[in-house]
Design a protein around this ligand. Structure first.
Ligand SMILES: [Zn+2]
Length: 78
């Protein structure tokens, strides 16, 4: 496995703070001198933040609207 493959296979866990300190040091060290993995990491961070924001702000409202729409649809058929 190349350093890049190793870094990317661990990126997800790194983003979720699931790596041990030793692996965190490895991946940080690799990203410090590898632009490809650095930008891959950046994309991961942006995606994760977008998902977290969506979960916090958008999803509950959407979900509620969907549930209400479904309830109304069920009620209107009875
Ligand atoms: Zn790399």
């Amino acid at each position: 496995m190349t350093d890049c493959e190793k870094a990317r296979s661990e990126l997800e866990e790194y983003l979720h703070n699931e790596l041990c300190a030793e692996d965190v040091a490895d991946i940080r060290d690799h990203m410090a001198h590898c632009d490809d993995c650095e930008s891959e990491h950046h994309v991961g961070v942006v995606m994760m933040e977008a998902v977290q924001r969506a979960c916090k702000e958008t999803a509950p409202e959407d979900l509620r609207a969907q549930v209400l729409a479904k309830l109304r649809a069920i009620q209107s058929t009875h």
